[in-house]
Design a protein around this ligand. Structure first.
Ligand code: GDP
Length: 138
């Protein structure tokens, strides 16, 4: 069934000039790009986005990284979008990511790993609403 997921092209990938290549991978994999924008977020806004990770030891480092430069939040649609995007992204640590995945090709480290993707329907709903207003998804 057609479903929507949320993704972010992270600051490391944007800095390295991989935005277009990653968008092309996403489209080639059959996702429709419903919404996209470029913006920079504050550390506080990154903390709000990643609130579920607040207790993790890497929380401060992660939110500093996510606020270190422009990002591209995306809303994507296809059948099974949530699991299929996770598969296309590859493992969190690019060293463990499968050949051909976005993280294998474009990520530099476990933190600076090029792309975010929602892990469940409830997370996707929260994350889409965090970055996009309803009229931007019409
Ligand atoms: P994801 O769902 O694959 O993005 O991974 P998680 O939800 O577990 O973690 C969220 C993000 O935190 C990851 O994408 C990384 O950017 C970062 N991260 C995860 N694990 C680590 C870690 O062990 N160390 C550091 N520095 N960052 C991490």
């Amino acid at each position: 069934m057609s479903e929507r997921t949320f993704s972010i092209i992270k600051p490391d990938a944007v800095r390295k000039g991989y935005t277009g290549a990653i968008l092309a991978e996403i489209e080639k994999a059959g996702f429709k790009i419903i919404a996209v924008k470029r913006l920079s977020i504050s550390k506080q806004q990154a903390e709000g986005f990643y609130h579920v990770h607040a207790a993790r030891p890497f929380f401060s480092s992660l939110t500093t990284f996510m606020s270190s430069g422009p990002i591209f939040p995306l809303v994507l649609e296809k059948d099974n979008a949530i699991p299929d995007l996770r598969k296309l992204m590859g493992a969190t640590n690019p060293a463990n990511a499968e050949e051909g995945t976005i993280r294998k090709q474009y990520a530099g480290s476990i933190e600076e790993n090029a792309i975010h993707g929602s892990d469940a329907a409830e997370t996707a709903a929260f994350e889409i609403g965090y970055f996009f207003a309803g009229y931007e998804l019409a």
